[in-house]
Design a protein around this ligand. Structure first.
Ligand code: TXA
Ligand code: MG
Length: 335
């Protein structure tokens, strides 16, 4: 199942010749192109239907130097790289002059991340002999649920029975371990603002604060744009509704009585709810995150009127999960 070294070499060649490759990371699957080839980058936006002013994260091998891609790098960035790379943390830094507008969405900052998935690391070490960067958003159509398996990527980019020809290859690396996208931390305005959390993820603000000595703050109006911070994102096609544990039984009864077909995601014991299908997820945040997107995708395909999700605990450990659920449910009326 996992990509062979021959497939990884082939994928690196496709990237070097300006093509697109989907590859596994420990968070979600990415849709990669050469970060220094504007024509290749344009293909990402076209395939995803993504607005071109949304910046892309540049993925680097573990041996890469931040100074190759960024300038004005604060000491805090080096400390975070030592503590968390390779791993699910993206750093936003002031961009080096050569980094193209296609990557940055016209902003003066660049997002950098070194993934820890062995297939991703092998690909990045092979591509341009480890001297390049692979720009990659999550490998899904804009606004949809991120893929955590190679099959999810195939489902996103089907062209009839075949794969969309614009996607050169999908490297398989099994199911992504973390399951939700990387934590994004803006350090591009360090002197004025310190560290700013743009997207919560597996690496928590508490762990970041232990390394840099200050707690990251919430984004302000001048913070760099991140599409993962749009109100509606990460959404299945079936409407998603969040329901507190205490109201779950009553709401389910009302929906079922009104003839609604409900698919249910829960993490406490709920008994017989009348849901047409349900998924019990782990009651710990990391385990829950690992299964979340696969569950949303599976329940999106059962013909339900609503996907009801039992609201997880509202504490720090669940920050990343709650963030994704809130965006998946955005704009949906609860009845
Ligand atoms: O875990 C991840 O981060 C995955 C894997 C594939 O690495 N990637 C991912 O990419 O989630 P994407 O494009 O779906 O989300 C990346 C987020 C976007 O919200 C984008 O706006 C933000 O990163 N971003 C990238 N560069 C940025 C920059 N210079 N300033 C602010 N935000 C940036
Ligand atoms: Mg995405």
């Amino acid at each position: 199942m996992t990509a062979t070294s021959q497939e990884i070499r082939q994928a690196a060649l496709i990237l070097e010749s300006g093509g697109l490759v989907a590859f596994p990371t420990e968070t979600v699957y990415g849709l990669g192109a050469d970060a220094e080839n504007s024509q290749a980058l344009a293909k990402i936006f076209a395939l995803k239907d993504r607005p071109t002013d949304h910046p892309l994260i540049v993925h680097l091998p573990p041996e890469a130097e931040l100074a190759q891609w960024a300038v004005n790098i604060p000491e805090a960035a080096h400390k975070l790289v030592t503590a968390f790379w390779p791993g699910p943390l993206t750093l936003i830094l002031k961009k080096a002059a050569h980094v193209s507008n296609a990557v940055t969405g016209g902003q003066d900052s660049v997002g950098l991340r070194c993934p820890s998935h062995p297939v991703a690391m092998a690909l990045l070490r092979t591509f341009k002999k480890g001297k390049g960067g692979v720009a990659a958003p999550s490998a899904n159509r804009f606004g949809h649920v991120s893929p955590t398996t190679a099959q999810h990527v195939r489902d996103e980019f089907k062209d009839g029975e075949k794969l969309d020809a614009r996607l050169g290859m999908i490297l398989d690396g099994g199911q992504s371990e973390v399951g939700i996208e990387s934590t994004i931390l803006d350090l591009s305005r360090w002197e004025k603002k310190g560290a700013v959390l743009l997207r919560p993820g597996h690496i928590s603000v508490e762990r970041i604060a232990e390394v840099i000595g200050v707690m990251p703050c919430a984004p302000d109006i001048a913070a760099p744009r991140a599409s993962g911070t749009l109100e509606s994102h990460y959404a299945p096609r079936t409407p998603v509704v969040l329901v507190s544990s205490s109201e779950l039984a009553t709401n389910m009864k009302q929906w079922v009585a009104a003839g609604k077909r409900i698919a249910l995601i829960h993490y406490t014991a709920v008994g017989d709810t009348g849901a047409i299908v349900h998924r019990a997820l782990p009651a710990v945040a990391d385990g829950y995150a690992h299964h979340l997107y696969a569950s949303l995708r599976a329940l999106d395909g059962v013909g339900a009127d609503l996907i009801a999700v039992e609201l997880p605990p509202q504490n720090a450990a669940w920050h990343g999960v709650n963030d994704r659920l809130r965006r998946a449910a955005h704009g949906v009326q609860s009845t």
